[in-house]
Design a binder for this molecule. Structure first.
Ligand code: UTP
Length: 302
């Protein structure tokens, strides 16, 4: 079935069922997406980003320990009553900020068989519409939105859209990598390889955690065999989509993102995200900056 390319994109799929092994032991009992970035769990920034781009239907693909995440996007009446009786409106607003954000849904992945498999779990909920995928551990700075541009590209050309970032050559083996040609302010993706060794990478364009996908991706994922690491890779399905004719939903385009992005599943990048976003806050920025400077100058970072 062909899907009208101009149809509005309203659904976001957010996979959060990975094991988060890079962040153990912190992620033994909570998903890495619930780790706080300043004073909000990382996942709240991601949902806020989806909503800002007009995606107010959010499906989480969860695994084990989904309860903290579900609780965060639900009401906490007991806490609300306690804050309300103290007249603490500011904290009350902070507590209420996450529960009314979006229409939130959940589906279980069962076993973490890869990102492609996690996306396939969304098939029934998404149906025959184009949809966005936002990785829960990938944080785009709220001032550098890219999803709207990706959705506009999908609406203009159909097919699927990936978000690409130029990375230093030695880091490309950490990402899916795109071979691409430049066309009118965006790129057309001709091939994709998951985590290639640097000498086999066709470019330094890394695929980062934002996608707008044509629903034909589900047909492709159903027949995608486990690839790198024995997991069903979304990159492998995108590779097939890139080679499929546009008439049946194929074709992959890319937006090259040059803004600020943090991988909150990686310890160093997580710390950078916390410091960067805290430095920009009026309440925390000035004292944090002073402390950091004194640490770096007087204590030489020790
Ligand atoms: P990652 O590869 O970064 O997640 O997957 P991971 O496996 O949890 O992390 P490490 O490498 O062990 O530390 C990217 C995103 O896809 C989700 C993850 O939750 C993360 O948001 N994912 C991955 C799933 O939902 N299911 C999977 O089977 C795999």
């Amino acid at each position: 079935m062909q899907v009208a390319k101009s149809m509005r994109v309203t659904k976001a799929v957010v996979p959060v069922a990975g094991l988060g092994t890079r962040f153990l032991p912190a992620t033994k009992a909570i998903p890495k997406e619930m780790l706080p970035v300043v004073d909000r769990p990382a996942i709240q920034y991601v949902v806020e980003e989806a909503v800002a781009a007009g995606l107010d239907d959010v499906l989480f693909v969860t695994g084990r320990h989904k309860t903290p995440l579900e609780d965060h996007f639900d009401r906490n009446v007991e806490l609300e009553q306690a804050l309300s009786s103290k007249g603490d409106d500011e904290k009350l607003a902070a507590v209420r900020a996450s529960d009314g954000l979006a229409r939130v849904h959940y589906v279980r992945q069962g076993a973490p068989r890869g990102l492609g498999h996690a996306v396939l779990m969304a098939q029934q909920h998404v149906g025959h519409e184009a949809f966005a995928v936002l990785l829960g551990d990938d944080l785009i700075d709220p001032r550098d939105q890219v999803l709207e541009e990706m959705i506009a590209l999908r609406q203009e050309h159909g097919g699927s859209v990936v978000c690409l970032m130029e990375v230093p050559a030695e880091q490309i083996s950490l990402y899916g990598c795109a071979a691409a040609t430049v066309v009118d302010g965006h790129v057309r993706v001709t091939d994709l390889i998951e985590k290639p060794p640097v000498d086999q990478a066709p470019s330094n364009l890394a695929v980062i955690g934002r996608y707008v996908l044509d629903p034909v991706v589900f047909d492709v994922l159903e027949r995608t065999q486990p690839g790198r690491g024995g997991e069903i890779q979304l990159t492998d399905a995108l590779r097939e989509l890139a080679q499929m004719p546009a008439e049946i939903g194929g074709g992959v385009r890319g937006v090259v993102f040059r803004g600020r992005r943090y991988d909150t599943g990686d310890r160093l990048s997580y710390l950078q995200a916390v410091i960067q976003l805290a430095l920009e806050r009026d309440d925390l920025g000035p004292p944090l900056k002073q402390w950091l400077m004194s640490r770096l100058v007087d204590g030489e970072g020790k």
